[in-house]
Design a protein around this ligand. Structure first.
Ligand SMILES: [Zn+2]
Length: 133
Protein backbone atom coordinates (compact mmCIF):
# COMPACT_ATOMS: atom_id res chain seq x y z
CA UNK A 1 0.00 0.00 0.00
CA UNK A 2 1.25 3.46 -0.87
CA UNK A 3 1.20 6.59 1.26
CA UNK A 4 -2.15 8.21 1.90
CA UNK A 5 -2.74 11.93 2.34
CA UNK A 6 -5.43 13.06 4.78
CA UNK A 7 -7.16 16.24 5.78
CA UNK A 8 -6.02 17.07 9.36
CA UNK A 9 -9.63 17.97 10.27
CA UNK A 10 -12.07 15.48 8.69
CA UNK A 11 -9.38 12.80 8.01
CA UNK A 12 -10.83 12.43 4.50
CA UNK A 13 -8.45 10.93 1.94
CA UNK A 14 -7.07 13.60 -0.38
CA UNK A 15 -5.22 11.34 -2.80
CA UNK A 16 -7.15 10.02 -5.76
CA UNK A 17 -5.37 7.79 -8.25
CA UNK A 18 -1.96 9.42 -8.75
CA UNK A 19 -2.65 12.91 -7.37
CA UNK A 20 -3.50 14.82 -4.23
CA UNK A 21 -6.59 16.95 -4.89
CA UNK A 22 -6.97 20.25 -3.07
CA UNK A 23 -9.26 23.23 -3.43
CA UNK A 24 -7.43 26.53 -3.90
CA UNK A 25 -8.40 30.21 -3.71
CA UNK A 26 -6.11 32.78 -5.33
CA UNK A 27 -5.37 36.35 -4.19
CA UNK A 28 -7.97 37.57 -6.68
CA UNK A 29 -10.54 35.28 -4.99
CA UNK A 30 -10.80 32.79 -7.83
CA UNK A 31 -11.29 29.20 -6.69
CA UNK A 32 -10.46 25.93 -8.38
CA UNK A 33 -9.10 22.46 -7.92
CA UNK A 34 -5.44 21.61 -8.13
CA UNK A 35 -3.76 18.24 -8.60
CA UNK A 36 -0.50 17.94 -6.68
CA UNK A 37 2.03 15.15 -6.96
CA UNK A 38 2.12 12.87 -3.87
CA UNK A 39 5.88 12.60 -4.37
CA UNK A 40 7.46 14.98 -1.84
CA UNK A 41 9.72 17.42 -3.68
CA UNK A 42 7.82 17.15 -6.96
CA UNK A 43 6.17 20.52 -7.59
CA UNK A 44 4.34 19.76 -10.82
CA UNK A 45 0.73 20.82 -10.40
CA UNK A 46 -2.24 20.53 -12.71
CA UNK A 47 -5.30 22.74 -12.86
CA UNK A 48 -8.10 23.20 -15.35
CA UNK A 49 -6.74 25.40 -18.20
CA UNK A 50 -9.21 28.15 -17.25
CA UNK A 51 -7.91 28.30 -13.66
CA UNK A 52 -4.65 30.22 -13.74
CA UNK A 53 -2.30 30.60 -10.79
CA UNK A 54 0.28 33.39 -10.91
CA UNK A 55 3.79 32.67 -9.71
CA UNK A 56 4.46 34.36 -6.38
CA UNK A 57 0.85 34.80 -5.30
CA UNK A 58 -0.38 33.59 -1.93
CA UNK A 59 -2.87 30.74 -2.22
CA UNK A 60 -5.34 29.52 0.35
CA UNK A 61 -5.65 25.74 0.34
CA UNK A 62 -8.84 24.02 1.46
CA UNK A 63 -9.88 20.44 2.01
CA UNK A 64 -12.15 19.53 -0.93
CA UNK A 65 -14.18 17.29 1.38
CA UNK A 66 -14.91 19.37 4.52
CA UNK A 67 -13.68 22.76 3.17
CA UNK A 68 -11.44 23.43 6.17
CA UNK A 69 -8.66 25.94 5.57
CA UNK A 70 -5.39 23.98 5.63
CA UNK A 71 -3.29 26.96 6.78
CA UNK A 72 -0.54 26.00 9.23
CA UNK A 73 -0.35 29.33 11.02
CA UNK A 74 1.28 27.67 14.03
CA UNK A 75 4.41 27.61 11.82
CA UNK A 76 3.99 30.55 9.45
CA UNK A 77 1.22 32.47 7.68
CA UNK A 78 2.57 31.24 4.33
CA UNK A 79 2.50 27.54 5.17
CA UNK A 80 -0.24 24.92 4.90
CA UNK A 81 -0.38 21.31 6.02
CA UNK A 82 -1.94 17.93 5.39
CA UNK A 83 -1.34 14.58 7.07
CA UNK A 84 0.35 11.61 5.45
CA UNK A 85 0.24 7.98 6.55
CA UNK A 86 2.72 5.37 5.34
CA UNK A 87 2.24 1.65 4.92
CA UNK A 88 2.78 1.05 8.65
CA UNK A 89 0.09 3.70 9.41
CA UNK A 90 2.62 6.06 10.92
CA UNK A 91 1.27 9.64 10.71
CA UNK A 92 3.36 12.54 9.40
CA UNK A 93 2.56 16.23 9.10
CA UNK A 94 3.35 17.47 5.61
CA UNK A 95 3.88 21.23 5.63
CA UNK A 96 4.21 23.15 2.35
CA UNK A 97 4.36 26.70 1.05
CA UNK A 98 1.19 28.55 0.06
CA UNK A 99 3.21 30.80 -2.25
CA UNK A 100 2.86 29.67 -5.87
CA UNK A 101 6.27 28.71 -7.23
CA UNK A 102 7.94 28.53 -3.82
CA UNK A 103 9.26 25.01 -3.58
CA UNK A 104 9.60 23.76 -0.04
CA UNK A 105 8.00 20.87 1.82
CA UNK A 106 8.62 19.66 5.34
CA UNK A 107 7.80 16.20 6.63
CA UNK A 108 7.42 16.25 10.40
CA UNK A 109 7.26 13.28 12.71
CA UNK A 110 7.96 13.44 16.41
CA UNK A 111 11.05 15.68 16.72
CA UNK A 112 12.38 15.03 13.25
CA UNK A 113 12.03 17.01 10.04
CA UNK A 114 12.81 15.97 6.51
CA UNK A 115 12.80 18.82 4.01
CA UNK A 116 12.39 18.93 0.25
CA UNK A 117 12.65 21.56 -2.47
CA UNK A 118 15.01 24.33 -3.51
CA UNK A 119 13.50 26.93 -1.14
CA UNK A 120 13.67 24.95 2.11
CA UNK A 121 15.77 27.65 3.74
CA UNK A 122 12.89 30.14 3.65
CA UNK A 123 11.14 28.61 6.64
CA UNK A 124 13.81 26.64 8.46
CA UNK A 125 13.75 29.03 11.42
CA UNK A 126 10.04 28.66 12.02
CA UNK A 127 10.42 25.11 13.19
CA UNK A 128 12.71 26.27 15.97
CA UNK A 129 14.10 23.59 18.24
CA UNK A 130 12.20 20.95 16.28
CA UNK A 131 14.50 21.40 13.29
CA UNK A 132 16.84 18.48 12.77
CA UNK A 133 17.92 18.65 9.16
ZN1 LIG B 1 -11.37 17.86 5.50
Amino acid sequence: MKNDFLCPYCKGKLNVKSNIVLSVTTESKKSGLVFISPKLGNYETTTHPSFKIKKGEHLDYFCPICHANLAAIEFDENLAKVLMTDKSQKVYEIVFSEIAGEHCTYKLVEDKIESYGEHVDHYTNFFGAKARF
